[in-house]
Design a protein. Structure first.
Lengths: 186, 316
């Protein structure tokens, strides 16, 4: 029987979720983009209203499913549905947004159980154009929230940056699993 | 005060040569300020040998090749057989000289790191950190900031510490005629991070032992500035507080890299010491009941990440 394996890409509108999925999906991502009518929230022609979907075939035929959550707040109810049963989550923050640290808090709150279990990583985009807040500011805010989660700069247009994020995510999940398994065997 | 004994070992010599060498070394030892003893190769500071190069059980052991052809040109790090007193003497005096130099340097380095750590912890007054070439940083521990001083162009902090590690630096209160501040103030963490890395040549910070349990408090966002295994070490510590000894055993990373990472992360405050009883408490925060399936599920898929890495042709 083929089991479902999935990764979730979450983040604000325009943070690059569709781009990140496109960087690693073996199929052209299936997107549900429509004309953006929310120009107050974000100045972008099209946006994802339901989700993005990509996939990757693993050895043995298993599929890794890649889901991108809708960025608009009115679709927030879909986030836990997409996150349910996920191996991990990549939280993409757009540093050019008005308050990226508030975005960070919002997404960490939504994906807190994954973050606490060591199965989430934060990628900060557009730091070249908007260097503030700095990674130090992110680290400080995370410390205030009492969450230790990897935070790293990422330009998701570059496939290597997406792979770097995933590598940190995988290393974290593996390290956490090793500890859990050792605890069970003891 | 008599210091720690210098131990030596002999390999590939016959009985007569052994007797000669031992007798001469015993006489040389009378003029040294440290006792000298013949001992097993595993613990020897100096290993005299002929034939195949013996394995060094201590990385700091010195190997001295014995040259049997009396006419041969003696190379650095060799001693002729039959032994010459002056050659043997220079082996021991060089060893003592270097050891004493190294100890002096490391004590300076440890003191400097300790002073800066205390300044930051106590939010002390501004200080100037100036190197032998007159280049300097101005540290504002109260604000956890720094800036460049004097005429020095802004440059990567790593280059500031690279030439001689932490040697030749002078830390003094800013009021004592220190050069004026130039450039914008920035967060002090990169200075502390690179100081920690440079300190690795002298081992762990003086207030930490290899058995102290360390907990990751903040993700080390400077990890990309080295050492290479920093991210892996951080993920291991994120999963569970560990000692340096345990980290070396688990991570399969050179001890020197682990020490460098730990020093840097401790100075920055990314890591903190933890008591053993704290470390025995659950390694991860509690997971909500509805999410309980998630880690179990991930454990069941152990090996899946290797498959994903293969599919994406990721370099691990």
């Amino acid at each position: 029987m083929t089991q479902e394996l999935k990764l979730v890409f979450a983040g604000s509108m325009g943070a690059g979720k569709t781009t990140a999925i496109r960087a690693i999906s073996e199929i052209e991502p299936i997107t549900t983009e429509v004309q953006n009518t929310d120009f107050v929230e974000f100045d972008k022609e099209e946006t994802t209203v339901a989700m993005d979907y990509g996939e990757l075939t693993l050895q043995g035929g298993e599929k890794l499913r890649l889901y991108g959550t809708p960025g608009q707040m009115r679709f927030q109810f879909m986030w836990p549905i997409l996150a349910s049963g996920a191996l991990g989550a990549v939280l993409l923050i757009d540093n050019s947004r008005p308050d990226p640290l508030a975005d960070l808090e919002l997404y960490l709150e939504a994906f807190r159980s994954l973050a606490d279990a060591g199965a989430a990583v934060v990628g900060v985009g557009r730091m070249d154009r908007c260097p503030q807040p700095s990674l130090e500011d992110y680290a400080e805010r995370l410390a205030q929230l009492d969450i230790v989660v990897p935070v790293m700069p990422a330009d998701v247009r570059r496939r290597d940056d997406v792979l770097d994020i995933l590598e940190v995510l995988f290393q974290q999940i593996e390290a956490t699993n090793d500890v859990s398994q050792n605890a069970v065997s003891e | 005060m008599v210091g720690e004994a210098i131990t030596y070992s002999l390999r590939g010599v016959d009985e007569k040569e052994e007797f000669l060498l031992n007798s001469m070394i015993e006489r040389i030892a009378r003029r040294l300020d440290r006792p000298v003893m013949c001992g097993p190769i595993e613990s020897a500071h100096i290993i005299f040998f002929d034939g195949p190069t013996p394995e060094r059980h201590k990385p700091s052991s010195r190997l001295v090749r014995l040259i049997r052809n009396g006419d041969a040109q003696r190379a650095l790090g060799t001693v002729r057989i039959p032994p010459h007193v002056t050659e043997l003497q220079s082996v021991f005096s060089d060893f003592l000289g270097e050891k004493s130099h190294a100890q002096t340097d490391c004590s300076l380095v440890k003191r400097l790191a300790g002073s800066i750590y205390d300044l930051c912890k106590l939010r002390g007054d501004p200080h100037a950190l100036v190197d032998g070439a007159g280049r300097g940083l101005i540290l504002y521990p109260g604000e956890r900031q720094f800036s460049w001083s004097g005429q020095e162009e802004d440059m990567p902090i790593a280059d500031f510490f690279r030439p001689r590690g932490l040697l030749d630096f002078n830390l003094r209160p800013l009021a004592d005629g220190a050069p004026s501040e130039i450039g914008a103030r920035r967060g002090i963490e990169p200075v502390l991070w690179h100081m920690g890395l440079a300190h690795a040549q002298c081992g762990l910070l003086s207030w930490v032992s290899a058995d102290n349990i360390l907990k990751l408090r903040v993700w080390p966002y400077l990890a990309t500035q080295g050492p290479r295994a920093s991210t892996r070490l951080a993920t291991l510590l994120r999963a569970q507080p560990r000692s340096v000894t345990a980290l070396v055993a688990t991570a399969d990373v050179p001890e020197q890299d682990v020490i460098a990472f730990v020093n840097a992360a401790l100075l920055c405050g990314f890591l903190a010491g933890e008591t053993r009883s704290d470390a025995r408490v659950a390694p991860s925060p509690p997971i909500a009941q509805e999410d309980m399936a998630m880690p179990v599920r991930a454990a069941a898929f152990s090996g899946v990440f290797g498959a994903i890495r293969n599919a994406l042709r990721m370099r691990t």
